[in-house]
Design a protein around this ligand. Structure first.
Ligand SMILES: Nc1ncnc2c1ncn2[C@@H]1O[C@H](COP(=O)(O)OP(=O)(O)OP(=O)(O)O)[C@@H](O)[C@H]1O
Ligand SMILES: [Mg+2]
Length: 237
């Protein structure tokens, strides 16, 4: 089933247009990666999907409902959860408080249970539940940012450069986590500058250049593409 459809979306900031007719889709249970250079519009696309930036035109459909005119809050409620960019969590709050905040759109009573599940996925967060988030390492903060987004019980998780600034071993750990989440039936739309890692983990991928999709295919197909190798993987033909 197709879970998320972005159809001919134009978006930007005030009069400056960043996305010029972007179309893509994400099927249920997939990891889909979006790669592109600095300033291509990757974060703008994620923010437009999650309602933090208003689309100028086009349609964004999530589980057959148009969401492009809903508030960010309603979009989270409908099952789309974005992992905070740059791990911008509340550093002066504890790990546990951050996870509770992630659940603020929920009305059910199973929050404690889900926190325990996050702690079993990320044991280090359980060990440090009463520590200030700002004292965690970069990798641990990324796990907390993912955990916090999961507390909204999303059907799809949007991630903006989860590997940014992390050591290679920690990056491996984060990508392993994403694969485990996908196997756990969370659909993932991932924005990355680390194109190789992203395409290795992704079922499918898209390339965004200056606000337009210029290439798409399976992760392997894109890894094998000569132009991608030259431009994004640092290889010469
Ligand atoms: N809040 C904003 N107001 C005005 N312009 C913005 C704003 N945020 C981003 N832009 C501009 O929109 C364009 C696309 O930025 P965006 O952050 O979407 O790129 P990106 O692909 O995520 O880049 P990076 O890889 O560096 O994160 C850039 O030219 C940027 O300067
Ligand atoms: Mg960005």
């Amino acid at each position: 089933m197709t879970m998320l459809v972005v159809d001919d979306v134009f978006s930007g900031y005030g009069k400056s247009q960043v996305l010029h007719g972007v179309s893509l889709y994400v099927n249920e249970g997939e990891i889909v990666a979006l790669i592109g250079a600095n300033g291509a519009g990757k974060s703008t696309l994620l923010k437009t999907i999650s309602g933090l930036v208003q689309a100028q035109s086009g349609i964004i459909r999530f589980q057959n409902t148009e969401i492009q005119n809903l508030s960010a809050h309603r979009i989270v409620e409908s099952g789309v959860s974005q992992v905070a960019e740059g791990r911008a969590m509340l550093k002066r709050m504890t790990v546990l408080e951050n996870l509770r905040i992630g659940a603020h759109v929920r009305k059910d009573k199973k929050i404690r249970q889900d926190i325990d599940q996050i702690f079993s996925k990320f044991p280090v967060l359980g060990e440090r539940h009463d520590q200030l988030a700002g004292l965690l390492s970069g990798g641990e903060q990324q796990m907390l940012a993912i955990g916090r987004a999961l507390m909204a019980r999303p059907r799809i998780l949007l991630l903006d450069e989860p590997s940014l600034g992390l050591a290679p071993m920690v990056v491996t750990e984060i990508f392993r986590t994403l694969r485990a989440l996908r196997d756990d039936e969370t659909t993932i739309f991932l924005v990355e500058q680390n194109a190789r890692r992203a395409l290795q983990v992704a079922d499918r991928g898209y390339v965004l250049e200056r606000g337009q999709i210029t290439l798409e295919g399976t992760g392997q197909h894109l890894l094998d593409d000569e132009k991608i190798q030259q431009t994004y993987l640092g290889q010469r033909a």
